[in-house]
Design a protein around this ligand. Sequence first.
Ligand SMILES: *Cc1c(COP(=O)(O)O)cnc(C)c1O
Length: 389
Amino acid sequence: MKLLILYKNLRRLSIIEIKFKEPIYVTRPLLPDVYDLNSKLKEVWESKWLTNSGPQQTKLELELKNYLDVENLSLFNNGTSALLLGLKALNLTGEVITTPFTFPATVQALDWNNLTPVFCDIEPTTLTLDAAKIEPLITEKTSAILGVHTFGNPCDVEQIQLIANKYNLKLIYDGAHTFGTNLNNKPIGYYGDMTMFSFHATKLFNTVEGGALTFRDNSLVEKLSLLKNFGIANPEEVVLSGLNAKLNEIQAVVGLEVLKLVETERKKRHQIKRAYESYLKDVPGINVLTKLEGECSSYQYFVIQIDEELYGKTRDWLHKKLKEYNVFTRKYFYPLCSDFEWYEHLESARKENLPVAQKAITQVLAMPFYGELQLESVEEICKVIRDSI
Ligand SMILES: *Cc1c(COP(=O)(O)O)cnc(C)c1O
């Protein structure tokens, strides 16, 4: 009995010792040196041009076109409004086939266009749209497919394109997690009719808030610039009903500075990914979902999947356990979009139609992942995961 108490006390002691003094969050924004930023801000101050197609946003647009290796790119004040207006520009109607396993923005962009999401289940290794399940969902009303490159895992772009071609559907991707990703030696923006990128503070490349669309059809350049600026064509004419969705000069300046840091950040994240993988490789029931590396990886997230039967504990248990150690992981994505109350009436939203997605939301955990994360901290975090079984 005494021994047991001693053991328990020791365990408690070791927990306190290991517990991180400072909280470890799932991500930290990539921030430029404030002095570098200041000198650039000074230029903006002196120009007194704060928004509406200023020189900084024109420069950022060019640099991002280059970086993402695309012909057409339009900047927005955030990724959600980019997607919302991108869908609008494509004149979609009726139903759009999409994934339930995504961030709410994807489906809410459909809602704001009066488009009905038709939820298609995901496939279990990449957690992206299951191309084999799309065709049975197509009806007379279907106008597009909206895929998400989940956690930087690209969709089955070739198979989905074949389906889109066969039924004459538009194909749009939410590429919020795939900044700078290549697939089959092509930039990710090459695929589909349009791809949205998010430059939110939590994303690899950020402009504090911000986003972009890349697209194939040159005629959309003009239309998108109208849509994000109230449809104002010139001082005399308003030609369509738009929105205010412009990226401003301060966001652009932040973006120009952050862009200089992205390559170094990617290299650091590569090391962190490798460290996680080596410490977790023998743990039964822990599967890494973000396996891609190098040019093919966005290094946006490091996400694991916990198989309760093999690991012996649930994802929720581990999420809570890590919190005791001051480590804040994220159940991402959670909850499932098809379970939102306002989709209750949709046949495609029923739980039994989406078994893979329903399982994924109980198993997935995004781990702390950012360049400044120390490799020793990764080791400690993994120790908690390993010693918990
Ligand atoms: C971040 C994110 C968005 C939203 O982007 P914002 O720039 O925050 O509007 C959309 N979809 C996915 C998958 C995201 O991760």
